[in-house]
Design a protein around this ligand. Structure first.
Ligand SMILES: Nc1ncnc2c1ncn2[C@@H]1O[C@H](COP(=O)(O)OP(=O)(O)OP(=O)(O)O)[C@@H](O)[C@H]1O
Length: 243
C-alpha cells in the first residue's frame, strides 16, 4: 500500500456552496484513511465518487481523461478543482499508476492509435499488442488490466465493470487478487457492481448519507437490492411495475 490518507484542505476553501465543494460527501470531508490495498467507493449516482477519484488522479499527475503521467492528450475534462484542495499522504511515495474511466476509454484508445500512427513502435505493447479499438469493449478493458498494470503502482478505476460480463468481472477479481498479492499494487475503484464489491478484505467507503464512511459489504444497497431482487424477482417486479 502506498496512499494512506486523503485530506481535504478545508482552510483553503473559500466557498462550500459551489461545485465540487457543495457535494454533501465533499462538504463534510475531513480526511479518509485507506486501510486496505483495495478501496471501493460506493454510493448513489451523483454522490461524488468520480469527483473524488478525479481529484486523486489530478494530484497523482495522471491524465484526467484516462492514462498515466506519460499520457498527454487533450480532451474535455482536463482539470479538477478538488484536486487542488486535497493532500495525499504516501508511505512510500510512488508516481506509477493509471486512471481509467469507462466513459472516456474510447478517447484513450484513440490516443494510442494516434501514437502508433505517429510512429511510436511500442504503442500497443502494454495493451495486448493491437489497437484497443480492434478489441471489444470488455476485451479492451481486460487487455489494459492484464498487460498494462503491474507492480508498485496505484490504479484509480471509475466503473471498470461497465463493459464486463459477470464472468469477466470474476476474471477481473482474479487479476485484482494477483496484482495486489504478487505485485503490491493499490487500487481505488468507484463501482456499482455487487460482484466487484465482494472482493475479500476490501475497504468500502459509502458516499450516501451526506458523508463518506466505511460500510460492510452486506450493508450496501448494491448487495441488498441485488439479493432481494434475485430472491424475490416476481414479487419485486409486481410491486415495482404495478405501483
Ligand atoms: N463539472 C460539473 N459542474 C457542476 N456539477 C457537476 C460537475 N460534474 C459533476 N457535477 C455534479 O456533482 C455531483 C457528483 O458527481 P459525480 O460524477 O462525482 O457522481 P458519482 O457519484 O461519480 O455518480 P455516478 O455513480 O453516476 O458516476 C453530481 O450531482 C453532478 O451533477
Amino acid at each position: 500500500m502506498f496512499l494512506k490518507r486523503i485530506s481535504l484542505l478545508r482552510e483553503n476553501i473559500e466557498r462550500f456552496d459551489q461545485y465540487p465543494f457543495n457535494i454533501p460527501s465533499i462538504t463534510s470531508l475531513e480526511h479518509l484513511d485507506l486501510t486496505s490495498d483495495v478501496t471501493f467507493l460506493v454510493g448513489e449516482n451523483g454522490s461524488g465518487k468520480s469527483t473524488l477519484l478525479e481529484a486523486v488522479a489530478e494530484k497523482c499527475g495522471f491524465n484526467l481523461a484516462g492514462g498515466s503521467r506519460n499520457n498527454t492528450y487533450d480532451v474535455h475534462a482536463v482539470h479538477s478543482d478538488l484536486g487542488e484542495q486535497i493532500r495525499l499522504s504516501w508511505m512510500p511515495k510512488i508516481t506509477n499508476g493509471f486512471f481509467m474511466r469507462a466513459e472516456s476509454f474510447y478517447q484513450f484508445a484513440t490516443h494510442l492509435d494516434d501514437l502508433k500512427a505517429d510512429g511510436a513502435r511500442g504503442a500497443y505493447d502494454a495493451y495486448g499488442g493491437r489497437s484497443l479499438h480492434e478489441q471489444s469493449h470488455g476485451e479492451s478493458f481486460l487487455s489494459l488490466f492484464l498487460n498494462r498494470f503491474n507492480g508498485r503502482a496505484i490504479y484509480l478505476l471509475d466503473e471498470p465493470e461497465a463493459a464486463l460480463s459477470p464472468q469477466r468481472q470474476l476474471t477481473f477479481l482474479r487479476i485484482l487478487h494477483d496484482l495486489t498479492t504478487n505485485e503490491g499494487c493499490q487500487f481505488i475503484i468507484a463501482t456499482h457492481s455487487p460482484i466487484l464489491l465482494g472482493y475479500p478484505d476490501a475497504l468500502i467507503l459509502n458516499f450516501d448519507a451526506g458523508q463518506i464512511e466505511e460500510i460492510k459489504y452486506e450493508m450496501t444497497d448494491h448487495y441488498q437490492i441485488t439479493r432481494y431482487f434475485l430472491e424475490n424477482r416476481e414479487r419485486f417486479l409486481k410491486d415495482l411495475l404495478e405501483e
